[in-house]
Design a protein around this ligand. Structure first.
Ligand code: SAH
Length: 258
């Protein structure tokens, strides 16, 4: 969902929402990557309080919940995603300790100062920007609490103009890994670990499941320009990924509040 920051109509927004509601994940990632990030975090008990910000329909949240104790609040802007999130939690009998709420990371978040043991956010911090998110979310963490986010990052100091222009237009804060780590450190965290998400987080877990959804969408919205544009945009993004994946990807950044 990298094109949200353009001005779009309510109809287009609903289309995007419907499209991604059909997918288990709304961004690149995998259960294995979630668990690998979790392996760097060791402070959790059944009293822990965890927030998953920009949780979508909860693909990664349910993986987290099945592997850690404590209470998880998932927060997302789209009510439809939160409905699906809470349905998913119920299906897995996690509803007592996993709750989805509607909210915006643009606004003050509904958490108390120094109340959280862990903040999780996969593929979503870019909505307010990595630096802003790192700075603003810090106050909700207890001292020694952890943050784990994924963020699009450049792997090389330079890259071809086609891919640079595409990402800068859609995701202006994309930057190199050392820059992201320095921003994290400056925002008050010890950068504990980082790793690049493997290619299958994009191909197998993000783009491949979109295929059948695209086919169904094109049938359902035959002749609709906005739907055709949405799908063309997703396919373009995928083709750029295949062409330029050596230059960029998602990186998991894990930090501990100082
Ligand atoms: N974490 C999920 C979803 C990533 S897609 C996954 O990895 O599958 C980005 C998510 O951020 C979407 O669910 C979108 O609805 C949400 N989002 C966008 N702007 C937001 C905002 N201002 N506040 C909260 N969530 C937002």
């Amino acid at each position: 969902m990298s094109n949200e920051n353009k001005t779009i109509s309510q109809f287009e927004l609903n289309l995007i929402c419907e499209y991604f509601s059909n997918l288990e994940r709304q961004g690149p990632g995998s259960p294995e990557a979630t668990l690998k990030a979790l392996s760097f975090i060791d402070n959790l008990t059944e009293n822990s309080r965890i927030a998953d910000i920009g949780c979508g329909t909860g693909g990664q949240t349910m993986v987290l919940a099945q592997n850690i104790p404590g209470h998880i609040t998932g927060l997302d802007l789209f009510p439809d995603f939160i409905t699906l999130f809470n349905r998913n939690a119920g299906r897995l009998s996690l509803q007592e300790r996993v709750k989805g709420i509607v909210g915006s990371m643009e606004e003050a978040l509904p958490f108390k100062k120094e109340s959280l043991d862990l903040i999780w956010s996969e593929g979503a911090i870019y909505n307010i920007g990595f630096e802003r998110g790192m700075n603003e979310w810090n106050r909700f963490l207890k001292k020694d609490g952890f943050i784990a986010v994924t963020e699009a990052s450049w792997f090389t100091p330079e890259r071809p103009a086609e891919i640079e222009d595409f990402w800068l237009a859609n995701y202006p804060e994309i930057d190199t890994i050392p820059t992201k780590i320095a921003q994290m450190e400056k925002a008050g965290y010890i950068p504990t670990a980082h790793f690049i998400l493997p290619e299958n987080c994009w191909t197998e877990h993000f783009y491949a499941p979109q295929f059948p959804v695209q086919e169904a969408f094109l049938k359902e919205y035959a002749g609709n320009e906005a739907a055709a544009d949405l799908i063309a945009g997703q396919r373009h993004e995928e083709s750029l990924y295949n062409k330029y994946k050596e230059y960029y990807g998602y990186v998991f950044y894990i930090g501990q509040k100082r």
